[in-house]
Write a protein that binds this ligand. Structure first.
Ligand SMILES: Nc1ncnc2c1ncn2[C@@H]1O[C@H](COP(=O)(O)OS(=O)(=O)O)[C@@H](OP(=O)(O)O)[C@H]1O
Ligand SMILES: Nc1ncnc2c1ncn2[C@@H]1O[C@H](COP(=O)(O)OP(=O)(O)O)[C@@H](O)[C@H]1O
Length: 237
């Protein structure tokens, strides 16, 4: 028996891709089977945990490490922790993967053009006009994961489709049981166990960008409207 039934489901992706929506869907279903669930939403917990921190690469990395630390504390105490967090830098996410353990990375992907069209919060408009400087995916690169456990394409897959892939991965990794998933999905899902050796814990070495690791600077978006200001270290808006 593992020493905890907790795990961390880390959803990374640009702002507006659907991380929070998918996390809320998963959280509700985990509660349905009696799981203790915490969602660490960077927007909500930010005021408490990183009040005053700005938007430089270093500060963003600190934020992601802090969220990772809290996730680790909760997950080792049987909590299913959901983390919808842009977390743009691959090296920091991999650092968290190593320290947190029982970690499942979900890359929520969506073309930048679609994000700009959706723009449910108006942040892309502000980023493109330069009102929000250093915006990830517009004026700052987003580094996509190379081999996440799950990739969800939120422009072509529904929330339910994305969640089904996530549940399958949780079953394969042994973090959820087929009984729990039968209650949630109404179907008998079969596990394709991931051998312990094949589980992704990357060695602690500096990241070299390789195939598929190219950062996404949203070049088209940047061409659409060049922001008027690129001030570093500005406060998060
Ligand atoms: N500069 C920059 N670049 C990219 N994304 C940014 C930036 N500033 C804020 N955000 C994202 O906006 C989401 C909500 O932000 P909030 O204003 O509620 O809070 S906060 O900025 O996290 O403090 C939240 O994203 P989601 O978690 O995807 O909703 C923030 O990460
Ligand atoms: N397949 C999908 N998965 C998730 N969200 C989607 C999808 N299709 C459209 N959306 C919409 O996109 C928006 C994503 O917002 P949100 O979940 O807050 O994103 P994020 O947390 O990544 O910033 C929501 O309005 C949601 O309804």
């Amino acid at each position: 028996m593992p020493s905890t039934t907790g795990f961390t489901l880390w959803l990374t992706g640009m702002h507006g891709t659907g991380k929070t929506t998918i996390a809320a869907y998963i959280a509700a279903r985990l509660r349905q089977v009696g799981r203790q669930v915490e969602t660490l939403d960077e927007g909500e917990i930010g005021q408490e945990l990183w009040q005053g921190l700005g938007d430089s690469k270093e500060e963003r990395s600190t934020i992601v490490r802090r969220v990772g630390y809290v996730a680790q504390l909760l997950a080792r105490n049987n909590v299913a922790v959901l983390v919808p967090c842009v977390s743009p830098y691959k090296s920091v996410r991999e650092e968290n993967r190593r320290t947190i353990g029982r970690y499942v990375e979900v890359y929520v992907d969506c073309p930048t053009e679609t994000l700009i069209e959706r723009d449910t919060t108006g942040k892309y408009k502000k980023a493109l006009s330069g009102e929000i400087p250093n915006f990830i995916g517009i004026t700052e690169p987003y580094e996509p994961p190379t081999s996440p456990e799950v990739t969800v394409h939120s422009d072509t897959e529904s929330v339910e489709d994305g969640a089904a892939k996530i549940f399958q991965s949780l079953l394969d990794l042994g973090y959820m049981t087929s009984e729990e998933l039968k209650i949630i999905t109404g179907k008998k899902m079969k596990a394709n166990p991931v051998p312990k050796k094949a589980r992704r814990v990357e060695p602690a070495k500096a990241d070299k960008p390789g195939k598929g690791t190219k950062a996404r600077p949203a070049t088209r978006a940047a061409r659409v409207a060049k922001p008027t200001s690129t001030k570093k270290g500005a406060k998060r808006k």
